[in-house]
Design a protein. Structure first.
Length: 509
């Protein structure tokens, strides 16, 4: 008798655990009594999650058949939660290849069920006429349903939860624009769903009967226009009524630029979201309730979903964000190892300062950098660099922080990503702005020989071609102002930190 018949915990594989939904699904599966294995291209990104010690984390990629096959061994239920929002030319083929590999390896390993989360599509538009993003997600669902492994393909429209791209887009558009000239899609009907209900359906899908192999539409109890959603957000956030004027001339491409300028969501993600909002996306059935029954208060209403998301934001309890996953097209190469690197030229700007403050105080300043705290030097220069990045389709400087005080590997931090953190000693950031090369910023805290501490800062750049070299030399005259000022002001801020009087040692390497 198998685990499904006995009610014992299942063995679940989660792909996309570094992303928004996957990072929230893992603890829900653990809470339900299941064993979890995570497949991640960069397992280090999962290291600092509170549940990391309770799961099996393996390195691999959904486009690599060997690593997928190895990860499938002994698995009962495999969750496919990876999508390319806008991974550049050819992303549809990449999605297609990955889905085929996943289905084939699941069948070969004897996996009992695949669970997939895709996008809700309109009933009256042929799939081949949909936006590339929605078309690809629909195709992935078909491939998994045809894999020979019983598959649950859930389809959701707008997901509302603290940190979701859809919520952040709604939040910033409403808060920043009391008067809006908007695209015509603000009048399109949408059936949003709370992230808590998405997670409930994902967990419940693991125990569906073996003869279930189909698509399920999932949504909340409310059907609204995007205009309705903005006005309800304004009420929930205590803002005045918004004046919204739809115009037909804002195409999805223009809309994505508009969203990118007003919100932290970059154009690469804003465009597929805007394209999706062109279509009426309303659930055609609620058959999921046969297998994951509704309970009082579930599904959660839109107003309640907004209130829960806003509460999480205000309490700084956002566990994952839309930016948890790397933005397509940004560099992902690891930092070149010291002292030698075979990767070619490597420029460096190094700054060091003695600091009167303790290592603990200095470490607190370093780990609190970015977001509302800023970058401790020439704010206008950082702001201009962020705007320039947004204009060329980059992430810009407005992603902020997931948590105002704590960082973990994989967190986005304005236009950087945390590549390594050793609390009280090292913070290493990798640039995700558009650059002709790869860039990192390192901040070290060292215990001073005669008391106090020493701050060491390195900005590293690996140029790509002649343009990369020209870029470095064109900005290097400003380094003394930007990086030099940064080191001085971080040291000054550390001296102002109030802390207990007891001595605190720096963790050894």
């Amino acid at each position: 008798m198998g685990t499904e018949e006995t009610g014992a915990g299942l063995r679940c594989l989660v792909t996309g655990a570094t992303g928004y939904i996957g990072g929230r699904l893992v603890p829900e599966l653990l809470e339900a009594g299941h064993a979890v294995r995570c497949l991640a291209r960069t397992p280090e990104k999962l290291r600092d999650h509170p549940w990391a010690g309770q799961v099996d984390i393996v390195r691999g990629d959904v486009t690599d058949a060997a690593s997928v096959g190895a990860a499938m061994e002994g698995i009962d239920v495999a969750y496919y939660l990876v999508h390319a929002l806008a991974g550049g030319p050819g992303f549809e083929e990449t999605d297609r290849t990955a889905a085929r590999i996943f289905g084939e390896r699941a069948r070969a390993a004897g996996v009992r069920r695949i669970v997939y989360l895709g996008g809700l599509t309109p009933d009256d538009i042929p799939v081949d006429e949909l936006s590339p993003h929605l078309r690809s997600r629909a195709e992935v669902g078909r491939i998994l349903l045809d894999s020979g492994v019983p598959t649950t393909a859930l389809r959701a429209a707008v997901i509302i939860g603290s940190g979701s791209a859809s919520f952040e887009m709604l939040r910033y558009l409403t808060e920043r624009l009391p008067v809006m000239v908007t695209p015509s899609w603000v009048s399109t009907r949408i059936q949003p769903i709370a992230v808590r209900d998405v997670l409930r359906y994902l967990v419940g899908s693991a125990r569906m009967p073996e003869d279930v192999n189909r698509v399920f539409d999932i949504g909340g109890p409310d059907i609204l226009t995007y205009r309705d959603m903005m006005q309800q957000y304004a009420r929930a956030a205590g803002l005045p009524h918004r004046l919204i004027v739809p115009v037909p001339v804002l195409t999805p491409r223009l809309s994505s630029h508009w969203i990118g300028l007003v919100t932290p969501v970059p154009r690469s993600i804003a465009r597929p979201l805007a394209e999706s909002l062109r279509y009426e996306v309303v659930c055609r059935e609620h058959d999921i309730a046969r297998h994951v029954p509704d309970v009082p208060g579930r599904p959660i209403s839109f107003d309640r979903a907004l209130a829960l998301a806003l509460q999480r934001v205000r309490e700084a309890k956002v566990t994952t964000r839309w930016s948890s996953a790397s933005v397509p097209g940004v560099p992902s190469d690891p930092l070149p190892t010291d002292p030698d690197w075979a990767g070619g030229s490597l420029y460096a700007d190094v700054r060091e300062r003695d600091v009167d403050a303790s290592p603990r105080a200095l470490g607190r300043v370093v780990e609190g950098i970015g977001g509302d705290h800023g970058w401790y030097s020439f704010p206008l220069a950082w702001a201009v660099r962020g705007w320039l990045d947004r204009l060329v389709g980059g992430v810009g400087l407005r992603r902020g922080r997931r948590d105002a005080e704590r960082l973990r590997v994989g967190d986005s931090l304005d236009f950087w990503r945390v590549e390594e953190i050793e609390p009280g000693r090292l913070l290493r950031l990798r640039a995700e702005m558009r650059l002709p090369g790869l860039a990192w910023l390192e901040m070290y805290v060292v215990e001073g020989e005669g008391g106090g501490s020493r701050y060491r800062q390195r900005a590293l750049f690996h140029p790509r071609g002649l343009l990369g070299h020209a870029y470095w030399w064109s900005v290097s005259p400003f380094h003394a102002l930007v990086f030099g000022g940064m080191a001085r002001n971080i040291a000054r801020a550390a001296d102002q930190v109030t802390e207990p009087a007891q001595a605190v040692s720096v963790p050894s390497r």
